[in-house]
Design a protein around this ligand. Sequence first.
Ligand code: UGA
Length: 425
Amino acid sequence: MIGTGYVGLTTGACFAKIGHEVICVDNDSNKIETLNSGKMPIYEPGLHDIVKEMVTAHRLSFTTDIKTAVHNSTVCFIAVGTPPRGKGEPDLAYVENVAREIATSMEEYLLIVEKSTVPVQTHKWIRTTIERYNRTGTPFDVASNPEFLREGSAVNDFLNPDRIVIGVESDRASDLMKEIYKPLNAPIVITDSASAELIKHASNAFLAMKISFANALAVVCEASGADVHQVTCGMGMDKRIGPSFLDAGIGYGGFCFPKDLRAFIHIAEELGYDFKLLREVENINNEMKLRFIRKIQSVLWNLQNKNIGVLGLSFKPDTDDMRFAPSIDIIAELVHKGAHVRAYDPKAMERARKIIPGIEFCSKAEDVAEDADILLLLTEWSEFKQLDLTKLKKRMRVPIICDGRNMLKRTEIEKQGFTYLGVGR
Ligand code: UGA
């Protein structure tokens, strides 16, 4: 498994868990040292235990030495980053470098599998690169096996997938991939490589579209006196629509949806199609943060010198990931408008400190309420549902809660004497 980010580390550890021997490779020696010393470079529920168990069972190891890893493997997954460039097109330099290193290291048949999210047709470039740089004519196959892991539930998603998508060009590769995933006993979809690559981008784009639809609907609900939650529940009971990914709020964030949507729009453009629908999905998502700020202003009037308590910073619960978290833009705008912000997050404080300047970080959730003119809920961590509202109210200057994730029950909050603002309700 080359690349030990969220995807590579989770997938590698879980492959070991289902019975394989896995060597995880990364060129970041600090990360490999961290992992070899028994520590985790990221927080992902359940992952640390699996890593410990598998290292002890000698089924999982970590190294910076790609050559030895390739020599000792039948299948080699590429799970390195594909970060966005200027116009959103993914930077495939890491993928190419790894393909070259594999090419110069392999001595026997190798199945090379792209796990990273890549533009359609990348498998062809990987194939060409390996053919060019492997001078010994070693036989190989290239397969595409996109991941559908969600941060925060990645282990469970790996062990209980809705489907496993495998894009292959040969029976040998297909048989090997089926064998690898056999212990999961999950539905397997075999496609050609280009289709597998597109399934990944299309799935993330479609999910982002569902969220933006719910958010646009929330605006209409708010203006008409309807409740978006009730509307989406009613819609979601139709099997053709489904109930998930229809939660309105402050918009989607994280390292996948914003980046993958940009990339997919760019890929379509390169192929001669202007995917306007997806541009609008992005616009709606960006607007939700501005609307949230306007909502705060509609109750506080001026933000200059107002004390604002923020609960939740990570882009979603059960992760310490701050990448493209809506909290970053929202807090920056509040600070820009002169507000004093105190914030708390159960897991993301360390990362948040490095990227959110000019605010105070509190060690307990209740402390953000001190003299606050409003409390904002930006991530739906379950511990926020257990907060003692009476205690919070006593510490606040004005009891207003603005719930950017619609996680609290309006009637209960209002019963305790708070003014409650949700999204689309
Ligand atoms: C997403 C996909 O769900 C995974 O299938 C995929 O493998 C992954 O991207 C990836 O490409 O690597 P992830 O970004 O970890 O996973 O998190 P999600 O649970 O999908 O949430 C994404 C964002 O959407 C979060 O900010 C979340 O708060 C927001 N969201 C989600 C909503 O605003 N409303 C919803 O109804 C659902």
